[in-house]
Design a protein around this ligand. Structure first.
Ligand code: ZN
Length: 191
């Protein structure tokens, strides 16, 4: 599947919308993006994750780890396709930790999987856990790199899609200045 076809899938599932939106940060954007809307469909989940699994297929990955919650669905499917153990890290009192009896061994070859990378904060914390355990970081795979390549988390950092997300404060928003009403993504996506 080419990246333009992949983009079509994101648009057709309502994961990627053009319009005028208020982000959770309070900033305004001409793009609405919700990766989970693509991944809810098994055929799309399989196709997106196969891109990532193919990229890391011959690198001796022994374990896939994802930051909860967003990374778990993608990590589990990538791990299933690679046929390797798959675990996740989660925040406990704000600190990224490995719980539930999961563990990483010294020299274990570990691949980190995330759905969307914006600043890369959660992935960086998971990489720190890998280092602390003495395991080896094979690379980082994500569905979407919203930093458009600015965030580099590993020597081998692969994203299925890379896109720049432009946002504005409400005061400087050009769409507000033109008087365009704010869209509600939930209702638009159901059209
Ligand atoms: Zn606006």
């Amino acid at each position: 599947m080419s990246s333009s076809t992949m983009l079509d899938v994101f648009k057709s599932t309502g994961a990627l919308l053009d319009g005028h939106f208020k982000l959770t940060s309070g900033r305004h954007s001409n793009t609405y993006f919700q990766c989970a809307k693509v991944l809810q469909y098994p055929e799309h989940l399989t196709a997106v994750c196969s891109k990532i699994a193919e990229h890391f297929a011959n690198m001796g990955v022994e374990t896939v780890i994802s930051p909860a919650i967003g990374g778990i669905v993608v990590g589990t499917e990538v791990g299933r396709q690679l046929g390797v153990k798959t675990i996740f890290a989660e925040r406990k009192d704000g600190i990224m930790t490995i719980r539930r009896g999961f563990s990483l061994e010294s020299n274990e070859r570990v691949l980190v999987i995330e759905d969307v990378i914006t600043t890369g904060g959660s992935v960086a914390e998971v990489i720190e856990l890998i280092k602390q355990s003495g395991a080896l970081l094979v690379g980082v795979g994500s569905v979407v790199d919203r930093s458009n390549g600015r965030v580099k988390l590993a020597h081998d950092h692969f994203s299925v899609l890379s896109m720049e997300v432009v946002s504005f404060t409400p005061e400087e928003c050009p769409l507000c200045k033109k008087g365009f009403p704010i869209d509600a993504p939930g209702s638009r996506a159901n059209r």
